[in-house]
Design a protein around this ligand. Structure first.
Ligand code: SF4
Ligand code: SF4
Length: 121
């Protein structure tokens, strides 16, 4: 039986695990700190293209009851993708207050710390 030599080394195994966990955390939390998408309601026609065509890869945009686009603050990663795709230029970026940015960074640091050093709770 052929054993992949990478799996013989416990240090490599731990390294791989840490990397995977770090990636998981990054995938869940990665965002551009300090910015989020904002809908300019006066420009939004409610055409629904942003939802139908999946402008947002993170599912952060939906239509509200009045058929205007709505961005979920928690889900928006601040990637700006949607702002380039809206035919009405109704999506723009908003700079968030410093306190909110700090809170986001603190949460991320805390979770990364837990993943990388489970002893520290
Ligand atoms: S944000 Fe743009 S794409 Fe989305 S519903 Fe409004 S006008 Fe249409
Ligand atoms: S900025 Fe990126 S993550 Fe935020 S709503 Fe637009 S496409 Fe989605």
């Amino acid at each position: 039986m052929n054993i992949d030599p990478r799996y013989d080394n416990p240090v490599s195994a731990i390294g791989r695990l840490a990397l995977r966990k770090t990636r998981d955390v990054a995938a869940r939390h990665a965002r551009v700190p300090g910015v989020r998408a904002l809908v300019r309601h006066e420009r939004c026609t409610g055409c629904g293209a942003c939802v139908r065509k999946g402008f947002c890869r993170f599912g952060a945009i939906r239509l509200d009851d009045s058929r205007k686009a709505l961005v979920d603050d928690q889900a928006c990663r601040g990637c700006t993708r949607c702002t380039h795709l809206c035919p009405r230029n109704a999506l723009t970026m908003e700079i968030r207050p410093t306190a909110i940015v700090r809170e986001t960074l603190r949460t991320l640091d805390k979770e990364l710390g837990r993943v990388l050093d489970p002893q520290k709770r």
